[in-house]
Design a protein around this ligand. Structure first.
Ligand SMILES: NC(=O)c1ccc[n+]([C@@H]2O[C@H](COP(=O)([O-])OP(=O)(O)OC[C@H]3O[C@@H](n4cnc5c(N)ncnc54)[C@H](O)[C@@H]3O)[C@@H](O)[C@H]2O)c1
Length: 285
């Protein structure tokens, strides 16, 4: 099996920074790539800050924290990822930029290296087709926030090799994740189930004329959900949910996948949930 020692992470936004944190905590050398030095430095200091908080909470020793932070370097140069055994991509959710990046990675990173995408709704197979080594390309779908959500879906694309899938799963396990294997289908496992389910919940708000508060109470106490659907959509981000629902609808053409008009209107009005201070609920700044 491919031995993974050095992990590259491309895009250190919400997901990439979390993935880089998991990787340094798991003992990997990590090279993170951002588009500007400022964005890279900001992500590195955010990661350092989260690890300091873990020390303060007694979840991590100071020395372990410092050693983990020392394993992270950030760069704007893709060539700095040349020595990586695995590269995890977490840039913008659009096929063109991802394919362009994978073609560049293909030219930069050793032929045996595994290339993984954290895409939520794009086809891993289509991303892999931009490279000359589609057998070395897989999906590693983490959940937000990556350091806290226990699951990673390991996605086998049409041409992924067993060795590449096993290597990615091994990294997920070493990061302490629950690893679930699946094939490259729209939404993979969790989003394929959760997105239409949340859409149904939002439609019920109007059909049954319940308030968001009542719907959340109903699903928590009648279905045992740990969090009500309106609270969950606010947390995920109304824009993120609408984007994922549109992508699934485009692929599957099932009416339940399409984002409910109420959510689209909220997105257009800038009511994005927790991150904008207002969604179904209001949040203090
Ligand atoms: N946010 C979520 O809930 C979530 C969950 C699972 C998967 N994802 C997927 O993860 C990916 C990233 O999402 P996010 O929410 O972290 O986005 P984000 O906008 O927070 O971060 C993307 C980062 O990538 C950087 N970037 C863009 N192009 C780049 C390039 N060529 N090289 C290096 N850096 C580049 C941007 O500067 C930005 O910091 C998307 O494919 C998304 O679908 C997101």
């Amino acid at each position: 099996m491919t031995e993974i020692r050095t992990v590259g992470v491309v895009g250190l936004g919400a997901m990439g920074a979390g993935i880089a944190q998991l990787a340094i905590e798991a003992g990997y050398e990590v090279v993170g790539r951002e588009v500007t030095a400022e964005l890279g430095d900001r992500a590195a200091s955010r990661i350092g800050h989260f690890l300091t908080r873990k020390v303060e909470k007694g979840e991590l020793g100071q020395e372990q924290r410092d050693a983990a932070v020392a394993r992270l370097s950030v760069t704007t140069e893709l060539s700095a990822l040349a020595g990586c055994d695995l590269v995890i991509e977490a840039i913008v959710e659009a096929l063109g930029p991802k394919q362009e990046l994978f073609a560049e990675l293909d030219r930069t990173v050793a032929a045996e290296a595994v290339l993984a995408t954290n895409t939520s709704a794009l086809s891993v197979t289509e991303i892999a087709s931009a490279t000359s080594r589609p057998e070395r390309v897989v999906g590693m779908h983490f959940f937000n926030p990556a350091p806290l959500m226990p699951l990673v879906e390991i996605v086998r694309a049409e041409l992924s090799s067993d060795a590449a899938v096993d290597a990615a799963a091994g990294v997920g396990e070493r990061m302490g994740k629950e690893v679930v294997h699946c094939h490259d289908t729209p939404g993979f496992v969790v989003n394929r189930v959760l997105i239409p389910l949340l859409n149904d919940c939002i439609r019920v708000l109007d059909e049954a004329r319940v308030t968001p508060e009542s719907l959340d109470v109903a699903m928590k106490n009648g279905a045992g959900w740990p969090m009500g659907p309106c609270t969950l959509v606010d947390l995920v981000g109304i824009d993120v949910h609408v984007h994922a629902a549109e992508a699934l609808y485009e692929k599957l053409r099932e009416p339940r996948m399409a984002p409910p008009p109420r959510l689209v209107a909220m997105k257009n009005a800038g009511l994005l949930g927790r991150k904008s201070g207002r969604g179904f609920y209001r949040y203090d700044a």
